[in-house]
Ligand binder design. Structure first.
Ligand code: NAP
Length: 253
C-alpha cells in the first residue's frame, strides 16, 4: 500500500497531483491552510482514504506538530512507500532588493525552503526504523537557476531547495537506503501564483509584460497535464535520486 502527502493541495498544481493520485487508488493526505471540497468529494465517490489537515507552513511549530502526527499515523500502517510532495509555495515578495519588507521575505523562505527541509528530515528520520521507502518530490522552479529581477527571494528559496534535494540524495545513496528525492520544475502554469505575478508592478518586476502575454497568448501549462506527467514519472518511471526534472523533458519523452 502506498500513501501520498501533498502540501498545497488546496489549489493549483497540488490539487491536480492529488486528483491524479486518487485516480491511481493512492491514499492522500492533503496539507494546507484551506480545504478543497472537490478533492474530498472525489475521494468519497471513489471510496478512497483521504484526509485534509490544516497547517500554516510558515509556522515551524505547527509543521512539527502536524507532520509528527501524520508520520506516526502513516508509518504505523507499514506502507510499502510514502510519497511526499513538497509542493506548497509562495512567489511574494515581488520587489527589488532595497525595497523588500521583512515579513514576506521570511514567509517565503519558510514556506518554500524551511518547511520542505523540516518535513523531509522528519520522514527520512522515521523511515530509518522501518521497511517503508520514502520518495520525496520537491516542487521547484526554473527561477532556481535563472536570476529574475524582482524575484530575488523566490529564486533564492528555490535554488536552496534544489541544493537540499541534491545533497540529501547523495547522503541517502551513501547510507544505501531505498529512499529517493527528486526536484520537479513544473514550467509556467495557469494558477493563482501566475495571477499574483500579473498583478505586480512593472517597477518591481521587469518581465511583467512578458508574463501578461503568456496568459493572453494561452501559453500557460494546465496543471492537470503537468501533474499527469509527474505522476507517470513517480509511479511508472525510475526517478533518479538527486535529479531536478523539468516538465519540458517529461513532455518531450
Ligand atoms: N504556477 C507557476 O507558473 C509555477 C512555476 C514554477 C514553479 N511553481 C511551483 O509550483 C508549486 C505550486 O504552485 P501553484 O502555482 O500551484 O501555486 P498556487 O496555485 O498559488 O497554490 C499554492 C499552494 O500552496 C499553499 N500554501 C501557500 N502558502 C501556504 C502556507 N503558509 N501554509 C500552507 N500552505 C500554503 C496554498 O494553500 P492554502 O492557501 O490553502 O494554504 C496552495 O495550495 C509551488 O511550489 C510553486 O513555486 C509554480
Amino acid at each position: 500500500m502506498k500513501y501520498a502527502i501533498i502540501t498545497g493541495a488546496s489549489k493549483g498544481l497540488g490539487e491536480s497531483i492529488a486528483k491524479h493520485l486518487l485516480q491511481e487508488q493512492i491514499a492522500v493526505v492533503s496539507v494546507s491552510r484551506t480545504e478543497n471540497e472537490e478533492l474530498k468529494n472525489i475521494a468519497i465517490s471513489k471510496g478512497m482514504d483521504y484526509k485534509h489537515i490544516s497547517c500554516n507552513l510558515s509556522l515551524e511549530t505547527e509543521i512539527q506538530e502536524v507532520f509528527m502526527e501524520i508520520a506516526h499515523c502513516l508509518f504505523e500502517k507499514n506502507p510499502t512507500e510514502i510519497l511526499l510532495f513538497n509542493n506548497a509555495g509562495v512567489i511574494e515578495p515581488i520587489q527589488k532588493v532595497g525595497n523588500l519588507d521583512q515579513t514576506p521575505i521570511i514567509r517565503n523562505i519558510k514556506v518554500n525552503l524551511i518547511a520542505p527541509i523540516l518535513i523531509t528530515n522528519l520522514f527520512l528520520s522515521k523511515a530509518q526504523l522501518t521497511n517503508t521507502k520514502v520518495t520525496v518530490i520537491n516542487v521547484t522552479s526554473g527561477a532556481a537557476v535563472r536570476s529574475i529581477e524582482g524575484w530575488s527571494v523566490y529564486c533564492s528559496s528555490k535554488a536552496g531547495l534544489n541544493m537540499f534535494t541534491q545533497t540529501t540524495a547523495i547522503e541517502q545513496a551513501e547510507l544505501k537506503t531505498e529512499n529517493t528525492i527528486i526536484g520537479f520544475s513544473p514550467g509556467i502554469m495557469d494558477t493563482g501564483m501566475q495571477e499574483t505575478i500579473r498583478s505586480s508592478s512593472e517597477a518591481a518586476f521587469k518581465e511583467l509584460e512578458k508574463f501578461k502575454e503568456f496568459k493572453e497568448k494561452n501559453l500557460l501549462l494546465e496543471t492537470d497535464a503537468v501533474a499527469s506527467r509527474l505522476i507517470d514519472l513517480v509511479l511508472r518511471g525510475t526517478p533518479e535520486s538527486g535529479r531536478v526534472y523539468h516538465i519540458k523533458e517529461l513532455l518531450e519523452s
